[in-house]
Design a protein around this ligand. Sequence first.
Ligand code: ZN
Length: 134
Amino acid sequence: MAEKVDHIGIAVNNIEEALKFYRDQLGLNMNGIEEVPEQKVKVAFLPVGESKIELLQSTDPEGAIAKYINTRGEGIQHVALRVDNIREKLAELKAQGVKLIDEEPRRGAGGSQIAFIHPKSTGGVLLELCERDT
Ligand code: ZN
């Protein structure tokens, strides 16, 4: 079962610039900026109630976020759903023929385990599954 929307991932050219709106003008709190080398991104999480906004800035021109911004510009890049057991969920989806980008979970920000589901199976949305303790 998916528990909730864990976060909404927004691709930005520059996190510091984006924080001028999300933190300074909108007034959200920011938990700090973390680099995730595996994903070639820097991320900032801003809690909104039980969910978060995740700002993503590419650290590599070949990274997924850089490619996304090149073709589509800044904007919502993915939606992440929290699950209890990501391995079990991935196996269930795979068995049903859902097109997965990651068949095995990989490391996400904040010690989470994440995996992406292909937009071809989700109505055009890049969907992330996310398992984390807190
Ligand atoms: Zn994410």
